[in-house]
Design a protein around this ligand. Structure first.
Ligand SMILES: Cc1cc2nc3c(=O)[nH]c(=O)nc-3n(C[C@H](O)[C@H](O)[C@H](O)COP(=O)(O)O)c2cc1C
Length: 404
């Protein structure tokens, strides 16, 4: 089946695949640019861009300028393809600057979750491009959708699409307790039903995008058969040459097994939501043994305005430091690998071109089949990420497929 194209507000996306935002620096401009170029929606992550883009361009940029620059860099690689920015509500100190900076840079779509993006339309309204940029909340229940619709309706603007993220997703998931994440009532297909009911009730038929555990072309077909307009995928794109994950991270993606994937809760993420990790991540191992002294000198992720991991290491661990180490930007700290549940099915690292062909059920063309799209087309001052070499496949024949 040929996949239908996707339209979100004014943005035409020829292939209905959104590459999910992955912070910090994992969904970088090389990844998002390559996805946009292949006809999907390539999505950057605004988290820590002040640090990441400043390092890449060799000059100090604040959050607003860094977001604009990252969008411009990705757009250059995308060659006319669509680029989005994922902005986490939990990164509260930089939220407004990230929204306005992305809009300055020419972003097509803003996707916002990790909390309820209640203020997003009001902030977007401050920008002259407000009418051109699509605003897309990430939700995990009908209830959250209803709250967002009610609040946004007061600003005279309802969401342009919704990403519905289920419990198999990578990064943070919406639930606080493991039993809730495993409860069959919270399976993605049930959440989609709840959300469809809300869009129907409001008579607002927008694209609904399924996320969390989507792995194959068949999974995409199934989502579309259920009434979704497209999918958002993270883990498959993490395992590409173009993503910002470092060599060791990519090696672990290829080698891991299902039993290596864990929902971190105690200690867990300072923002209080479950956080999916590879058990063997050196930073997580250190956190489990309470070996790392409480410290957070980065301060991106805040819970009610402060980061508990600055003061204690019993209930939480500092994810900013571990995540920055995983993109080679924090040599003094150990690495923290976040993944989606389906990571155990990854058997090799491939190019975005090959992945996008596979996901569309197409043969891979010889043109750019295994060549990573690199940053050489971006301005000379930009640095190329180091982790673009292929990882081998030690478990290719041994992987069983277990969709739930
Ligand atoms: C490594 C990784 C990091 C992620 N970081 C973020 C993030 O910073 N913000 C966010 O809203 N979602 C984040 N996500 C969620 C993805 O955008 C996407 O919705 C999700 O991964 C889809 O599930 P999948 O991994 O099973 O495809 C992350 C996912 C992964 C795998």
């Amino acid at each position: 089946m040929t996949l239908p194209s996707l339209k979100i507000r004014k943005t035409h996306i020829p292939v209905p695949i959104i590459q999910g935002g992955m912070g910090l620096g994992l969904s970088n401009y090389t990844l998002a640019g390559a996805v946009g170029r292949e006809g999907g929606l390539g999505v950057l992550s605004s988290a820590a861009l002040d640090r990441i883009v400043s390092e890449r361009h060799g000059r100090k940029l604040k959050a607003l300028e860094a977001a604009a620059q990252d969008v411009r860099d990705a757009k250059e690689l995308a060659r006319g393809g669509a680029i989005g920015m994922n902005i986490m509500v939990a990164v509260i100190n930089q939220y407004e600057d990230s929204v306005l900076g992305s809009m300055d840079g020419g972003v097509d779509v803003i996707i916002s979750g990790a909390g309820l993006p209640l203020a997003l339309p009001e902030i977007a309204k401050l920008h002259p491009r407000a009418d051109d940029v699509a605003l897309v909340p990430i939700v995990s229940s009908g209830r959250a959708t209803e709250i967002i619709f009610k609040r946004w309706s007061r600003s005279g603007r309802l969401p342009d699409a919704l990403v519905v993220e289920g419990p198999l997703a990578g990064g943070h998931i919406a639930w606080k307790k493991i039993e809730e994440a495993l409860d069959p009532a919270n399976k993605l297909e049930n959440l989609l039903q709840e959300v469809f009911e809300v869009t129907k009730k409001w008579n607002h038929p927008i694209p609904v995008i399924a996320a969390g555990g989507i792995y194959s072309h068949e999974d995409i077909q199934n989502a579309i058969a259920r009434g979704c307009a497209g999918v958002q995928m993270g883990t498959r794109f993490l395992a590409t040459f173009e993503s910002g994950a470092n060599e060791e991270y990519k090696r672990m993606l290829v080698e891991c097994r299902e039993e290596d994937v864990e929902l971190a809760s105690r200690p867990g993420s300072p923002c209080g939501m479950l956080f999916r990790v590879l058990k063997q991540s050196p930073f997580y191992q250190q956190a489990l043994k309470r070996e790392r002294e409480p410290k957070c000198d980065k301060g991106y992720l805040l819970n009610k305005g402060f980061c508990p991991s600055k003061y204690e290491n019993e209930k939480t661990f500092c994810i900013c430091n571990g995540l920055l180490a995983s993109i080679n930007l924090n040599p003094k700290e150990k690495e923290l690998y976040t993944v989606g549940h389906m990571v155990y099915r990854i058997d090799r690292i491939m190019s975005v071109h090959e992945l996008m062909s596979e996901l569309q059920g197409l043969p891979v063309s010889a043109e750019a089949g295994s060549e990573p799209v690199l940053s050489s087309k971006v301005s000379a001052s930009s640095k190329v990420p180091s982790s673009v070499t292929p990882s081998v496949n030690p478990k290719r024949d041994s992987k069983e497929v277990n969709p739930n």
